[in-house]
Design a protein around this ligand. Structure first.
Ligand SMILES: Nc1ncnc2c1ncn2[C@@H]1O[C@H](COP(=O)(O)OP(=O)(O)OP(=O)(O)O)[C@@H](O)[C@H]1O
Length: 248
C-alpha cells in the first residue's frame, strides 16, 4: 500500500494556481519536494492536508481518503509546517502535555527516549532552543505517536551544515525499517543528493516531474552541454530549468 497518493491536486489563488499535481510515495522512502521560491511547494503540502481548501483533487494517505478520514489519519501522521515559533515562552514539557492528550497512541516511553537521543531538555523554553533543536523536538513529538508518514516543510532551512547532515542522517534512520516515509520540501538540493529516494519538482504551480532520483536526474540529460560528461546535479537541473533572460 502506498503511504501517500496525491491525484490532480488543484488550488486556485487570485495570482497563482497549483495545477493538477499528481504524485505518490511508497513505504520506506524519502521524497524531496523541490521548486524555486513561490513555485507552490507549501501550497501543495497545505492543500494535501486541507489546511487550505483545494479546488480539486484527491489525497489518499495510508490507504484512506484524507478528506473523509481527516481525524483518524491525523493520528497516524506527523506534520511540521512552520515550526513552533508561536510558543516562544512555553516550556517543551508544557507543549508536550497538550500534544500528548491529542494522540490516542501516544507512547510516553518512546517520547522520553527521543528526548534523550536528541539531547532535548523538557524544562527549556522554545526560545532557548537552536533551530536544529526545534526541528528535532517537532520530530520527537511526531515519532512519539508512531507517525508512519512525516510531512515537513523546509525542515533543514536555517540549519548549519553539521546540523543539516545530522538531521538528514536521522531521516535515513527513520525510514530504514521500511515502515515510515518522509515527504519534505526544500530548496537545498544537496540535502536531496544525500538523502532522498524520490524527487518531485514543482515549477510555476505545475508538476514538472516526480520520479525515483536517478531516473529523475537522467530525464534532464537534455540540459547538458555537449562538453559535459556524467549526470547533472539537482542544483544544475533546477538552475538550468529556471534560468531567466534579462534584456537590460
Ligand atoms: N493565502 C494565499 N493567498 C493568495 N496567494 C497565496 C496564498 N498563499 C500562497 N499564495 C501564492 O501562491 C504561490 C505559491 O506559494 P508557496 O508558498 O506555495 O510557494 P513555495 O514553493 O512554498 O515558496 P517558498 O520556497 O518561497 O516557500 C505564491 O505566488 C504565493 O504568493
Amino acid at each position: 500500500m502506498e503511504m501517500l497518493a496525491v491525484k490532480g491536486l488543484t488550488k486556485r489563488y487570485p495570482n497563482f494556481t497549483l495545477d493538477n499535481v499528481t504524485f505518490s510515495l511508497a513505504p520506506g522512502r524519502i521524497m524531496g519536494l523541490i521548486g524555486k521560491n513561490g513555485a507552490g511547494k507549501s501550497t501543495t503540502l497545505k492543500s494535501m492536508l486541507n489546511l487550505v481548501h483545494p479546488d480539486k483533487g484527491s489525497v489518499v494517505i495510508l490507504g484512506k481518503d484524507f478528506k473523509s478520514n481527516e481525524e483518524s489519519i491525523k493520528q497516524e501522521i506527523g506534520v511540521v509546517l512552520g515550526g513552533i515559533d508561536f510558543y516562544q515562552h512555553k516550556k517543551l514539557e508544557d507543549i508536550t502535555a497538550v500534544t500528548r492528550r491529542f494522540y490516542k497512541n501516544w507512547d510516553e516511553a518512546s517520547y522520553q527516549n527521543y528526548l534523550q537521543t536528541f539531547s532535548l531538555d523538557p524544562k527549556k523554553k522554545v526560545k532557548e532552543l537552536s533551530t536544529g533543536m526545534k526541528v528535532k523536538y517537532m520530530i520527537a513529538l511526531a515519532l512519539s505517536h508512531h507517525a508512519k508518514l512525516l510531512i515537513l516543510d523546509e525542515p533543514t532551512s536555517g540549519l548549519d551544515p553539521v546540523s543539516r547532515d545530522d538531521l538528514l542522517n536521522l531521516f535515513r534512520q527513520l525510514v530504514k525499517d521500511g515502515k515510515r516515509s518522509i515527504l519534505f520540501s526544500t530548496h537545498i538540493t544537496s540535502d536531496l543528493e544525500k538523502c532522498a529516494d524520490d524527487i518531485t519538482y514543482i515549477k510555476d504551480g505545475k508538476l514538472l516531474k516526480s520520479a525515483e532520483k536517478s531516473t529523475f536526474i537522467k530525464s534532464f540529460a537534455h540540459l547538458k552541454e555537449p562538453s559535459e560528461s556524467g549526470d547533472l546535479t539537482l542544483e544544475e537541473i533546477m538552475v538550468r530549468m529556471e534560468r531567466r533572460q534579462y534584456n537590460v
